[in-house]
Design a protein around this ligand. Structure first.
Ligand SMILES: *[C@@H]1O[C@H](CO)[C@@H](O)[C@H](O)[C@H]1NC(C)=O
Ligand SMILES: *[C@@H]1O[C@H](CO)[C@@H](O)[C@H](O)[C@H]1NC(C)=O
Length: 253
């Protein structure tokens, strides 16, 4: 008993000298240490040291100074997303591709078909493109059947709309953008458009949808042999849940 009293006294002298991170570590040592380190006065001193005026507020923080310190001391790099309200099963994508004014491709593609990993790229594609397609970033892809050739120099444009089953509404993802960048190193022809968000999200802007026509390296410089399409939102979304959250925020009509 005597020993415990004295160790408690020692802790009460030492803890006020610690940095927040060390004090937090002490909390996980044992019950006695936790109880002493939990004293909100210690945390108020740490907060006052870092943000003096925050401790001058007329009423103490609703939770505790400990919580305030924990929340703002270090920026949280990862924030767990709540499950999205949409699922790929609820969506269908309307994709049209023109060269000049000729419609080359026009299809309704169900959401699950675009799901990452639902399709294995064919043999014969370049290694760089294969590496790109199998990299961990989230992209939606699907095969072109039948494949088609596009003569180089012709203007290729793409439009992508998305429909949702729950509300029967439609939103625009890409409004007839021109594939004006042909990336010969990864064998992709790229177009993008800025997403239009619902007025409920007035401060979100500058997020693009990217569409790429994936083509084969068949040694012919005068046309491209398109075998698939890739859709991604790499500015903002890097997982299926993030993509679904992003789509949910669109200006659905
Ligand atoms: C789509 O593009 C056309 C032509 O650039 C433009 O007139 C129209 O307003 C656009 N529509 C939307 C929904 O952005
Ligand atoms: C390349 O494709 C064009 C158009 O499809 C064709 O006319 C031409 O003969 C091809 N060239 C070679 C070397 O295959």
């Amino acid at each position: 008993m005597e020993m415990e009293m004295s160790s408690e006294e020692i802790l009460k002298v030492v803890f006020p000298l610690l940095e927040g991170r060390d004090l937090a570590t002490c909390m996980s040592v044992c019950k006695q240490w936790r109880e002493i380190a939990q004293d909100d006065y210690l945390w108020k001193c740490l907060c006052a040291n870092r943000w003096p005026s925050v401790c001058k507020q007329s009423s103490p923080p609703i939770l505790s100074y400990h919580n305030l310190f924990k929340s703002f001391y270090k920026r949280k790099m990862y924030r767990a997303l709540l499950p999205p309200k949409l699922s790929l099963k609820d969506l269908e994508f309307y994709i049209d591709i023109w060269t000049e004014d000729k419609l080359m491709f026009s299809e309704v593609v169900p959401g699950p078909v675009l799901q990452k990993g639902s399709w294995t790229p064919p043999n014969g594609i370049s290694d760089v493109l294969r590496l790109h397609l199998t990299s961990p970033d989230y992209k939606m892809t699907f095969p072109m059947q039948p494949r088609f050739n596009i003569p180089l120099g012709q203007i290729v444009s793409v439009s992508v709309f998305v429909g949702r089953r729950d509300t029967q509404k439609v939103a625009c993802i890409i409004n007839k953008s021109i594939c004006d960048y042909i990336d010969r190193s990864t064998f992709r022809a790229l177009a993008f458009d800025y997403l239009d968000f619902s007025p409920e999200h007035p401060f979100v802007s500058g997020i693009r949808a990217w569409i790429s026509l994936l083509f084969m390296d068949h040694g012919n410089e005068s046309d491209i042999d398109v075998f698939g399409i890739e859709l991604d939102f790499c500015d903002a979304a890097d997982s299926e849940d993030q993509v679904l959250w992003l789509l949910d925020m669109l200006d659905w009509k």
